[in-house]
Each structure stands twice: as structure tokens, then as C-alpha cells.
Design a protein around this ligand. Structure first.
Ligand code: HEM
Length: 227
């Protein structure tokens, strides 16, 4: 496993072992009555909401600049995470690549997006960690379904002339369901579940870090252009 940097928020760190993490007051609370999916949803809510908030109202903006940032963020993240999952214990066990990365490449090429290269901090995740990473990647399909609807052409003409290959592929919730079934069948121990949640939280933060850098770069470009 690669040495992991401390988390950007200092809240959780994948470098801590699961027992250390449990003694951290900010660490996820073990709850054996909840399913792993329920724990993941609950314990990553703060990170998920922080990310969603960055895109609130994005479809109402002329030119959809934040939709461009959204695609760039997703492309950089999928480029970093899919190859890691593709050699993880999850292959053949609830996760396989299904064209989302290619769809993102297509949307980015259509918009001539500048996309940074980022390395995901966990390069050889355990099965439990890979479940957490894949949960974030595949769960984002649920939000994408809402977004695809917002960009659908209206009866009186196209609402937005924006590429939607990624949102369309992502609108299929089946791979997320497959993953959740595999996760439930895996029978992870309490420590493994905690590991999984830590990895999911780290994955959300990774998306946000990429977004921060992308927005800073876009702002710098705008500053240069308006001089
Ligand atoms: C504009 C940005 C986003 C919006 C508006 C959004 C919205 C949503 C919505 C409405 C759901 C469905 C909740 C439900 O059915 O109960 C959802 C689920 C989810 N989204 Fe997002 N999302 C956004 C971005 C993201 C991103 C970028 C990721 C991943 C990095 C992500 C990860 C997830 C996950 C993991 C779930 C599944 C939660 C669960 O039910 O277990 N979302 N999102």
C-alpha cells in the first residue's frame, strides 16, 4: 500500500489502523445493526453534502461553467480510481469498468476541457477499502440520474447544448445495485467495515481536492483573460 498523506480535513486518515480510527472521536461509529451501505451513507454524509453544495444551482448558470468543472473533476477522479479498482480484489466481485471513463473522455474532448492528472492515495486497496472506493464511484450514479434529467432537451428545443455522455451512462443504477449485493454478501468484519468507510470518505475528499484545484485554475485563467 502506498504511504497515505494525512487527510485534508484531519478528520480521518487511512493511515490509521481501524482500532486507532475507532478511538478517534470523529471516526465512524461501529453499528452492527446497520448494513454497511447504511453506515457508508450515514458516515460519509458530511463529505457528500460538501461536494453537492459546490454544484447547487449549476444548471441555471449561463454557459454552465460549473458543469464543465463537474465533468473535469469526474474525469480526473475516474482516471485515477478506475485503474486502481481494476486490479483490486473487487474485480469479478461486484465491480467492473463499464464505459463511464470513456464517456467522460468523450464529453471532455467535446468541450476541450483541461483536466489535471491526480494520483489516488490508495494504490493497492484491500477488499474492504475497494468496496468503500467503489461505493463512492458507483453511488454517484444516483445523483447523475437527477442531473441527466435537468439537461434533457425540452419539447421546444434543446435546453442546453452540452455533452451528456457521462450522465447518460451513469444514469443506469444497475452496477451500483450489483456492488451493494456483493458488499452485503461479503460479510465484512467490524474492522473491515470501518476501513471501508474510511476509504469512502477519503474518496469523497479526493474528488473535492480535484475540484478545488480545477476551480483555482479556471479562476486564474479568467483573471489572465480579463486583463
Ligand atoms: C451535483 C452534484 C451531486 C448531486 C446533486 C448529488 C445528488 C445525489 C442524490 C440526489 C442522490 C440520491 C440519494 C437517494 O436516492 O437517497 C445521491 C446519491 C449518492 N451520491 Fe451524489 N450527488 C452529487 C454528486 C456526487 C458525487 C460527485 C459523488 C461521488 C464523488 C456522489 C456520490 C454519491 C453516492 C455514493 C450516493 C449514494 C448514497 C446512498 O444512497 O448510499 N454524488 N447523490
Amino acid at each position: 500500500m502506498a504511504a497515505l498523506p494525512a487527510s485534508s480535513t484531519g478528520r480521518l486518515s487511512l493511515t490509521a489502523d481501524a482500532s486507532t480510527a475507532r478511538s478517534d472521536p470523529a471516526a465512524p461509529t461501529p453499528d452492527r445493526t446497520a448494513t454497511l451501505r447504511e453506515r457508508l451513507r450515514r458516515d460519509t454524509r458530511t463529505e457528500h453534502e460538501a461536494l453537492d453544495a459546490r454544484f447547487a444551482g449549476m444548471f441555471a448558470e449561463p454557459g454552465l461553467p460549473r458543469y464543465r468543472n463537474f465533468l473535469a473533476m469526474n474525469l480526473a477522479a475516474h482516471r485515477a480510481i478506475e485503474p486502481v479498482l481494476a486490479v483490486s480484489p473487487l474485480v469479478g466481485l461486484g465491480w467492473s469498468p463499464d464505459g463511464r471513463l470513456e464517456a467522460l473522455e468523450q464529453d471532455a474532448a467535446d468541450l476541450d476541457l483541461e483536466v489535471e492528472t491526480a494520483a489516488f492515495p490508495l494504490d493497492a486497496p484491500s477488499r474492504a477499502e475497494a468496496f468503500g472506493m467503489a461505493y463512492v464511484l458507483e453511488g454517484s450514479r444516483l445523483g447523475a440520474r437527477f442531473m441527466a434529467k435537468a439537461l434533457q432537451p425540452t419539447h421546444d428545443g434543446p435546453r442546453n447544448a452540452m455533452p451528456v455522455a457521462y450522465l447518460e451512462v451513469s444514469s443506469d443504477p444497475a452496477p451500483f445495485r450489483t456492488l451493494l449485493t456483493a458488499m452485503a454478501d461479503a460479510g465484512l468484519s467490524e474492522d473491515e467495515e470501518t476501513r471501508s468507510i474510511l476509504a469512502a470518505d477519503e474518496t469523497f475528499r479526493f474528488f473535492r481536492k480535484i475540484l478545488d484545484r480545477g476551480e483555482a485554475r479556471a479562476a486564474a485563467h479568467q483573471g489572465v483573460a480579463s486583463r
